[in-house]
Ligand binder design. Structure first.
Ligand SMILES: [Zn+2]
Length: 125
């Protein structure tokens, strides 16, 4: 069981089962939503329990929505409707995740103020 929460604790979650290795998304939208770049893991919706879901606000873009705590602003979820999985931002987890970052995506849009030097695969899109 993996447990997580937002900064203020108004939103808490738990995930059953192992987490999939997260990917880091450097697209402009994820950079703005997280303040840097987004590292997240996709979990089955059926494996996720959220307490305090009323405090989650969703920001919709063309194809996805991003969830954040309405009180403290913590960036929590990346949700593509019609998928059986939902993305959870890695910073949410309070318990050990037992996974390591697997790859970088949308590297073409990354900020100019950092370099990616971990040797992991980098996809331009
Ligand atoms: Zn909060």
């Amino acid at each position: 069981m993996h447990k997580g929460s937002c900064l203020c604790g108004a939103v808490r979650l738990s995930v059953t089962g192992d987490l999939a290795p997260p990917s880091a998304c450097h697209c402009t939208q994820c950079r703005k939503h997280t303040g840097h770049f987004e590292a997240g893991t996709d979990v089955l919706r059926s494996a996720l329990t959220v307490v305090g879901e009323d405090n989650v606000t969703w920001f919709h873009t063309a194809k996805v929505r991003r969830g954040f705590c309405a009180i403290c602003g913590s960036s929590l979820f990346f949700d593509a409707p019609h998928m059986d999985r939902i993305g959870i931002n890695m910073g949410v987890f309070d318990t050990p995740t037992h996974v390591k970052l697997a790859m970088h995506i949308f590297v073409a849009d990354k900020g100019d103020y950092y370099d990616i030097t971990d040797g992991l695969p980098q996809n331009q899109q």
